[in-house]
Write a protein that binds this ligand. Structure first.
Ligand code: C5P
Length: 302
């Protein structure tokens, strides 16, 4: 087989949680969630080449922090798909990272979703989106959304998705922190902070859906909330300074993304977001900052 000719390229988006309401810890070790996921036009790419075994190489932003053994979420995605479809061959995966690693932007989930789409094409399986979504849910709570993209209400452990209507695009500034945070550790910190409290069912208010439908950044900013923010700031107190600095620069809203430590800021429009990003990038409170827009499409071939 002509390896060069047969290669397949797919990409999948980063996500933020516009609302992340965390309910009780379940018996399976996950928390019951109600969340509004929003995909950003910030992508990881996966190139899939024909090979006899499954292997993965990672390059790009902080790629040295990503394991390249069979715990890598992209190689796990290829293995799960091969097993499901009875594929006996392998794949060489080349992951090109632009989404900050361990940033709370679901970069590993994006790699898994892009791998499912790339391998489905490389192996000529023709699986439907429903089948891929079912496999995605086995790989991690955020993988189904990386596959779907757009904006969705997520329930269960985050994998049960309902698409949400959005009347326009929003301009965000992503401020990358200098280190990473472990998602399980942030959830554990939230449990510690809540010890002794009765935790109710997670909920998402109607205001966020109305703001999204209207395409209104000010209303959206007022409706955003992340239950993991306090836990992430408790583990990494400098995040409070990052959030405050963005607000001082005039952000409409500031929030920790998912389990952090990436912070996201909402701009009024693209010019305002560019100014915000320039201010944050020049400050000492983050490693870098750049403008992205949402919602963005889910995992797809390019
Ligand atoms: O599902 P996933 O493997 O992406 O989750 C990683 C970890 O994040 C889980 O093992 C769990 O500690 C935490 N988590 C959680 N509740 C969720 C999603 C993730 O506690 N709904």
């Amino acid at each position: 087989m002509d390896v060069e000719g047969a290669q397949v390229l797919a990409r999948a988006p980063a996500k933020i949680n516009l609302v992340l309401s965390v309910g009780p810890l379940r018996a399976d070790g996950h928390h019951e969630l109600a969340s509004v996921f929003h995909a950003l036009d910030l992508y990881d790419e996966v190139v899939a080449y024909p090979a006899e075994e499954i292997s993965v190489a990672v390059r790009g932003l902080h790629s040295d922090r990503v394991p390249v053994d069979d715990t890598n979420l992209a190689s796990r995605a290829a293995a799960v798909l091969a097993d499901y479809a009875g594929v006996r061959t392998g794949v060489q995966l080349d992951v090109r990272k632009r989404i900050p690693v361990a940033g709370g932007l679901a970069g590993g989930s994006a790699d898994a979703a892009a791998t499912l789409v790339a391998c489905d094409a490389l192996w000529d399986l023709g699986l439907g989106r429903g089948e891929l979504a079912m496999l995605a849910a086995r790989l991690g709570s955020d993988v189904p959304f990386a596959l779907a993209g757009g904006t969705s209400l997520g329930t269960g452990r985050g994998e049960q998705l309902t698409a949400v209507m959005v009347g326009g695009t929003f301009q965000w500034v992503v401020a990358m922190a200098r280190g990473g945070l472990s998602t399980p550790e942030v959830y554990a910190e939230l449990d510690r902070l809540r010890a002794g409290e009765t935790v109710g069912r997670p909920t998402v208010g109607h205001d966020v859906f109305a703001a999204l439908r209207a395409g209104d950044p000010v209303a959206l900013g007022a409706s955003m909330h992340n239950d993991l923010q306090e836990a992430a700031c408790s583990l990494l107190p400098s995040l409070r300074t990052t959030l405050d600095t963005g607000m001082d620069f005039g952000a409409v809203a500031a929030i920790v993304s998912g389990s952090g430590p990436t912070c996201v800021f909402l701009g009024r429009d693209s010019e305002h977001a560019e100014d915000l990003a320039a201010g944050l990038a020049a400050s000492e409170v983050c490693a870098d900052a750049w403008v992205v827009t949402g919602p963005a499409p889910g995992a797809r071939l390019v």
